[in-house]
Design a protein around this ligand. Structure first.
Ligand code: NAD
Length: 431
């Protein structure tokens, strides 16, 4: 049983720590947010992730998982320390390293023997070295730094962690790489063992490539709208090419959001530029994504006219994607702000992200907790997140509720033919 400290118990740290406990290790989760730790000790989970609550409760009860705000105690008692704090973007697109650096300093001050320090946060290339230098300032014993980027997806984080497509381990010595590999000995997956910088780059390259696929298919969708083609069929036709692949990220919609893709695309542009490389593809990916998030407005105006003042518009979906309560950089924020600026009466429904959205959104917004009721007297329904329950709605009841049968579907939730037959004025993406 390995003794592990996980510093930062947000989406990544809490899932990592809990799953490592479930795998049989002794884990202590650390956070500076006292309320978060108090809640976790009572079994109250700060984020929504399928299956997480049960695992946290099970592993705290069997004493393999505990939580503290005392980083010193956690570091001293552990052989392995994960850094899983946030790395948000700075206004210029570079990565804010203050949290990682602060944690590295605390680790350095509390080292009491050989430990492996693992960077799980998504960090710029060279962070392995900089964390090493910070710890070295306070501790002159032996230790190793390993990069072990995380690829879980919010919404399916526990399942992704337990069944990864691959585990990437970047280390400068075989011994440290083996220690980290042993943590995951139960995983039947491909292990990529490499140097630290390569591991750090794999994470940025993967997220930026996925974002590129999204902007690519959204540009195809825009052509489809001009020529009357169907982007879903284009995507299907592309995915059947085995070099592209059936799981390719080619779903047209409102663009990417969340806490990772926007920041990691920006981060990689910055990393490239610092190294004298202009990553112009990614600059276009960002521009395309911004335009895509803003593109719903014109579609709404097509149905309701240019002047939206005092129109009643209902938004379905606040989370940046289904099965998460994360609204960071969500397209819903862009759409809602555009509508509020134009004097629209905005009503919103999301199955779980409402509380998170309230923390970010200003302005007069009516939050509704019933899906169907939220459409009462709306001049237009706008779908921003593809929650599965939206597809199950009774279309007759929906139509009866709306003032006018207008739907702008930013996620292609419904079939075009079905909506036409049901008498809706229906505009979707690239169809
Ligand atoms: P998060 O904001 O949900 O959680 C970060 C946590 O760290 C917070 O609870 C915060 O209070 C805590 N923290 C900050 N400073 C601290 C300190 N000095 N000591 C202890 N705790 C501290 O962030 P997240 O979404 O879990 O992301 C963490 C990292 O993982 C980021 O680098 C992110 O890019 C990367 N990542 C995220 C995802 C994802 O889907 N969210 C996926 C893969 C990788």
């Amino acid at each position: 049983m390995t003794k592990i400290a996980v510093i930062g118990v947000g989406y990544v740290g809490l899932v990592t720590g809990t799953c490592l406990a479930e795998l049989g290790h002794q884990v202590i989760g650390v956070d500076i947010d006292q309320q978060r730790i108090k809640n976790l000790e009572k079994g109250i989970i700060p984020i929504y992730e399928i299956g997480l609550e049960e695992l946290v409760i099970k592993n705290t009860q069997n004493k393999r998982l505990s939580f503290t705000t005392d980083i010193g105690k956690a570091v001293k008692e552990s052989d392995i320390v994960f850094i899983a704090v946030g790395t948000p973007p700075m206004p210029d697109g570079s990565v804010n390293m203050e949290y990682v650096n602060a944690v590295a300093e605390s680790i350095g001050k509390n080292m009491n023997g050989y430990k492996v320090i693992i960077n799980k946060s998504t960090v710029p290339i060279g962070t392995g070295d900089s964390v090493h230098r910070i710890i070295e300032k306070f501790y002159n014993g032996n230790f190793d730094i390993v990069s072990n980027p995380e690829f879980l997806k919010e919404g399916t984080a526990v399942a992704d962690f337990m069944n990864p497509d691959r585990v990437v381990i970047g280390a400068n010595c075989q011994k440290a790489a083996e220690i980290v590999k042993n943590l995951y000995s139960e995983f039947k997956t491909e292990f990529i063992i490499t140097d630290i910088k390569t591991a750090e780059l794999i994470k940025y390259a993967s997220n930026s490539f996925l974002a590129t696929e999204i902007s690519f298919i959204n540009s195809i969708a825009n052509i489809c709208e001009k020529i009357g083609a169907d982007v879903n069929k284009v995507s299907q036709g592309m995915k059947l090419d085995s070099r592209i692949g059936k799981k390719a990220f080619l779903n047209a919609g409102l663009g990417y959001g969340g806490s990772c893709f926007p920041k990691d695309v920006k981060g990689l542009i910055q990393i490239a530029s610092e190294n004298g490389v202009r990553f112009s593809i990614l600059e276009a990916v960002e521009d395309t994504n911004m335009a895509q998030k803003q593109s719903l407005l014109a579609k709404i105006q097509k149905l309701l006219g240019e002047d939206l003042h005092n129109k009643n518009i209902t938004i379905w979906g606040l989370a940046f994607k289904p099965h998460t309560d994360d609204v960071r950089e969500a397209p819903s924020l862009t759409v809602i702000r555009q509508l509020l600026d134009r004097g629209v009466n905005v009503k919103v429904f999301d199955p779980i992200a409402t509380e998170q959205a309230k923390k970010i959104l200003d302005g007069k917004i009516e939050y509704e907790d019933d899906l169907l009721k939220s459409t009462k007297n709306a001049d237009c329904l706008v779908i921003v997140t593809e929650w599965p329950e939206f597809k199950e709605i009774d279309l007759n009841q929906l139509k009866a509720n709306l003032n006018q049968p207008n739907i702008v579907d930013g996620r292609n939730v419904f079939e075009v033919e079905q909506m036409k037959e049901s008498g809706f004025n229906y505009i979707s993406v690239g169809r």
